[in-house]
Design a protein around this ligand. Structure first.
Ligand code: IPD
Ligand code: CA
Ligand code: CA
Length: 256
């Protein structure tokens, strides 16, 4: 399974690298800023072909084609390019994200940015890795010294949760925040200690399936905005080093 996971991501990675900064077809989906490129579709077909050749009975949930239901208790959850807008603009901050769910639990995940050569991997109970090196979250427990990351949903202007107001509350506390444009990388960069925490509204299972496990295996804590245990089918995610979780949650909930 691990071999197939790596093969699928590496073959898709070649497609992303070959086409990076080249001309390709870009279309809008449900909103004008939600893009899909020709390369998302090529990456997705390659990944699914490799999975189907090796595990024909497994189910698939993939961003562009949706669900392929099959008999086994395993589901491969795929984002063929996470950070499509970055990719379409030639910004090397995008990745392939593949998580494997077994009996409703994420058991393996790989996030691969072929432009940087960074592969983040985790298997349940076995820790998290960046390439060959074991990674862990930061030990920062002072929010004033933290570096956070977030993202904005494509419907930010209409989103009833007012994600920009939440962002504003952190900015008004002078806490530095970044916005990378790839939720999977946001999670992995928190897992390896570049960030201390990440939150976002309105994500989908393919954005978080792999990164969620990687962050947890790196010692992080992941919940929804009520502080309840996170599932990849939740729309909202708060992922931190654990030590800052409560402090960040209070600001999101406007209870500070
Ligand atoms: C998007 C990225 C982005 C997040 C969006 C996602 P896509 O995925 O993860 O960081 O803010 O909500 O939809 O469209 O590039 O696969
Ligand atoms: Ca995505
Ligand atoms: Ca995508």
């Amino acid at each position: 399974m691990k071999k197939t996971l790596f093969l699928a991501a590496e073959e898709a990675g070649k497609i992303l690298l070959e086409n990076f900064n080249k001309d390709f077809i870009i279309e809008s989906k449900d909103t004008i800023s939600n893009l899909v490129t020709e390369i998302d579709k090529k990456s997705e077909s390659k990944i699914i072909d490799i999975i189907k050749n090796n595990f024909p009975d497994d189910s698939i949930l993939s961003e562009e084609i949706g669900s392929i239901d099959a008999a086994s208790n395993c589901k491969w959850i795929i984002d063929p390019i996470d950070g499509t807008i970055n990719y379409a603009h030639g910004i090397p901050l995008s990745c392939i994200s593949i998580g494997i769910e077994k009996n409703g639990e994420i058991i393996m995940g790989l996030v691969y940015n072929p432009m940087s050569g960074e592969k983040f991997f985790a298997e349940k109970g076995k820790g998290a890795y960046l390439n060959e090196n074991k990674i862990s979250v930061t030990k920062e427990n002072n929010l004033r010294k933290a570096l956070l990351v977030t993202g904005f949903p494509y419907d930010s202007s209409r989103n009833p949760n007012k994600p920009v107001d939440v962002f504003g509350r952190f900015v008004m506390l002078d806490i530095p925040i970044r916005r990378l444009g790839s939720a999977a990388l946001d999670l992995c960069w928190t897992a390896c200690g570049r960030f201390d925490g990440f939150w976002e509204y309105n994500l989908n299972p393919w954005d978080t399936a792999a990164g969620y496990l990687i962050l947890k295996e790196a010692g992080g804590l992941v919940t929804d905005f009520q502080g309840k245990e996170y599932s990849v089918y939740n729309k909202e995610i708060l992922a931190t080093n654990g030590l800052l979780h409560e402090d960040i949650l209070k600001i999101i909930q406007n209870k500070e």
